[in-house]
Write a protein of this length. Structure first.
Length: 191
């Protein structure tokens, strides 16, 4: 008798766990719609999908009526260059950029919200426009110094690493920098 009770109890607990897991799944399902022919849209959607996955959302390749749809688009006439807007329409979200950079900045802004533990249903409508048109970083490379130095030599391998540059450019996009100046050290030895 006790054995039968235990089996029924375990079956009920298992059924309850399965139904409660499936219940939240449709609301945690997200479809990202974007122009797949655009490299900028591919980058923006990739970064957004990573943030969604890290936040526990299930990113689907097909649109699901019970889930959330995030649309990435460029609206050149509606927004200035490098600007973006985030607009909620029901449970769906539209991220529109004034150009492709603006779309990237909008996707990165929503990604940042997700990484700061903001749920999709709590994302706020907003529009952002950069105050300065040129937001640059000056990067000095360790090539061709007129004096040898161990302080300079230690960075030769770093600037040759493709992973370093990918991470550096990702950091620039996240912080809304739009220009990179790469400088060598003193060129006077060649004059």
């Amino acid at each position: 008798m006790m054995k039968n009770f235990f089996i029924v109890f375990v079956a009920l607990i298992t059924a309850f766990m399965i139904t409660s897991c499936n219940k939240g799944k449709s609301s945690r399902s997200v479809y990202v719609e974007f122009d797949q022919s655009s490299p900028q849209a591919l980058y923006a959607s990739g970064r957004l999908k990573d943030a969604l996955s890290e936040s526990g959302y299930s990113v689907t390749e097909l649109s699901n009526k019970s889930g959330t749809k995030i649309e990435l688009s460029v609206k050149t006439g509606d927004l200035p260059a490098e600007s973006f807007s985030v607009t909620k329409k029901g449970k769906n979200i539209v991220i529109a950029g004034g150009d492709s950079r603006g779309m990237i900045y909008g996707a990165l802004s929503v990604s940042e919200d997700l990484r700061n533990k903001v749920k999709l249903q709590n994302i706020k409508d907003r529009m952002e426009t950069p105050y300065y048109p040129l937001r640059a970083i000056k990067h000095n490379t360790p090539w061709d110094s007129y004096r040898p130095s161990s302080a300079i030599d230690q960075h030769y391998e770093t600037v040759r690493d493709l992973g370093y540059w990918e991470a550096f450019l990702d950091m620039m996009a996240e912080n809304r920098f739009n220009s990179l100046g790469i400088f060598n050290l003193h060129p006077f030895v060649y004059m």
